[in-house]
Design a binder for this molecule. Structure first.
Ligand code: HEC
Ligand code: HEC
Length: 225
């Protein structure tokens, strides 16, 4: 009995230390990313030029004319932060994020064009699901996380209105209203480690603590937010 209690306490301490380490890691990464985000911003991106390029570069064929894709596996780009879109396109180019179609689509786009595209899509209004419905467990995980299991609240990083850019420039994607199938794929990819481009492995750490059932219902919940 005493042993079990001790083991439990040890577990709580270990999880606590892991959480503190994650937060410290996030702070450090925020500082590191400030410089590169400021560099990207100084390119003076032009959203109207981005609108035209999103057509000529054929992005609209999959992501729709205003970035509100209606295909289950294609993410909505509308309302994602500028910094997040710039980072993802860079990650597709360097192949630190792997996806055959997007690796090909992003290849060869110059820095200025990429910035214009990001400026255009980030300014489009996201079609959201119109408010939380869904099950209580998912709502609880999204809003409060699960401290005992070392899961920080999704909303603490992702926000609820715009994913935005956190203090120090770390780029968070807006999740609200995102395509359900896409969200599920990403969480499963983070979990098994086939997507590894989140700063410091933050999302791998979180997804590994979620069961497949939780991922399934969280994805549905998020798509309706
Ligand atoms: C043939 C369809 C197709 C075309 C064309 C296409 N995309 Fe994509 N895009 C996708 C799919 C599918 C994904 C999801 C990739 C994954 O599952 O990792 C994606 C992902 C993205 C993401 C990551 C979004 C996120 O939430 O992380 C960005 C940014 C993006 N595309 C921008 C663009 C831009 C800019 C263009 C035009 C240059 C473009 N895409 C053209 C299908 C397409
Ligand atoms: C400590 C901050 C943090 C917390 C807490 C967090 N996330 Fe994330 N999440 C991120 C960051 C940063 C990214 C972007 C990673 C990248 O640059 O590719 C991300 C990306 C994602 C993506 C991919 C979105 C896209 O458009 O491709 C999904 C889905 C996601 N998170 C779901 C969740 C869920 C569900 C939770 C709660 C269980 C959660 N996150 C908690 C920081 C966080």
């Amino acid at each position: 009995m005493r042993l079990t209690l001790r083991a439990h306490k040890l577990f709580v301490v270990v999880v606590g230390v892991l959480c503190a380490a994650l937060v410290a890691q996030a702070d450090e990464l925020k500082t590191q990313r400030t410089a590169s985000n400021q560099a990207a911003r100084s390119e003076n991106p032009d959203p109207e030029a981005g609108r035209i390029k999103s057509n000529t570069e054929r992005c609209q064929e999959c992501h729709d004319h205003d970035g509100n894709s209606t295909s289950p596996g294609v993410p909505k780009l509308a309302g994602l932060s500028y910094d997040y879109i710039v980072k993802q396109l860079g990650d597709f180019q360097s192949r630190s994020r792997r996806h055959d179609i997007m690796n090909a689509m992003a290849a060869g786009i110059g820095k200025a064009d990429l910035a214009d595209l990001a400026a255009f899509f980030s300014r489009q209004k996201r079609d959201t699901g119109g408010g939380a419905k869904g099950d209580a467990n998912s709502a609880n995980l999204f809003e409060h996380g699960d401290t005992a299991r070392g899961i920080a609240a999704c909303v603490s990083c992702h926000g609820n209105a715009d994913g935005g850019t956190g203090p120090g420039g770390l780029a968070y994607p807006l999740l609200n209203g995102q395509q359900r199938f896409y969200v599920r794929e990403q969480l499963l990819d983070w979990k098994v480690g086939s997507r590894t481009n989140s700063p410091g492995g933050i999302m791998n750490n979180i997804a590994q603590r979620l069961s497949d059932d939780e991922i399934e219902s969280l994805s549905e919940y998020i798509s309706k937010l």
